[in-house]
Structures are given as structure tokens and as C-alpha cells.
Design a protein around this ligand. Structure first.
Ligand SMILES: [Zn+2]
Length: 113
């Protein structure tokens, strides 16, 4: 399940930041997740709880910030919203779209002790 490895990556970042910033406990994590990132949110929440058990983020709350998908349409020559990768342009129906946003996941903010 790739959500599990995503969460292991998140934990790695938390541990690195704890070392740099000198905190010892993470209470809340705000995570930006693009709609095109292909992340299953229920699986992610479940994996997060499992992965952070007995770590500095044990019991931390995971807050997910939904980031809409954006693509550049070659036909319209402008940015258009997309719900899924491989969607057609909502304006002209073209499939010549290049995804420019909403396909990544990143930690936006941490609440720490
Ligand atoms: Zn278009």
C-alpha cells in the first residue's frame, strides 16, 4: 500500500525537523494533498496512525488540506481546473492538458511541543 510509504516519508521529515528545530513532540500535522496525487485519504489516515505509533508524533492529529487539480490547456492557452489526471478540458473538451498543480503532497505546517 503506497500510503504506508508516504507516511514513512512524512515521519522521516518530522524526525529531521525535530532534530533541526529542537522539538520533541508533534501534536498536529497539516498536509496539503493534491486531488491528482492519487492518494487514498482514508488509507493515508489509517497508515499515519500506524506509522507514528511510539514515535515523536504518536497520537498527532492529521489535518488534510485539499488542493484542487490545475492543468494548462494547449487549446485554450490557459489554466483550467481538473478533477482527475486524464480528464478533458472543461472548457473546450481537449485532452491536450498538462497538469501544473494539485499532483503533489507536502507538509504545510506543524504544531509541535
Ligand atoms: Zn481547453
Amino acid at each position: 500500500m503506497h500510503e504506508m510509504s508516504l507516511c514513512e516519508g512524512i515521519l522521516q521529515v518530522l524526525e529531521d525537523e525535530a532534530g533541526k528545530q529542537g522539538f520533541s513532540e508533534v501534536r498536529q500535522v497539516w498536509l496539503e494533498i493534491g486531488r491528482l496525487a492519487g492518494v487514498e485519504l482514508d488509507a493515508l489516515r489509517f497508515s499515519f496512525d500506524v506509522v507514528v505509533r511510539d514515535t515523536l508524533a504518536d497520537g498527532a492529529k492529521l489535518s488534510i488540506i485539499d488542493v484542487p487539480g490545475v492543468a494548462w490547456c494547449l487549446q485554450c492557452a490557459e489554466s483550467v481546473p481538473v478533477e482527475q489526471r486524464f480528464d478533458a478540458c472543461p472548457q473546450c473538451g481537449s485532452y491536450q492538458l498538462q497538469v501544473t498543480g494539485g499532483d503533489e503532497m507536502r507538509i504545510k505546517e506543524l504544531e509541535v511541543n
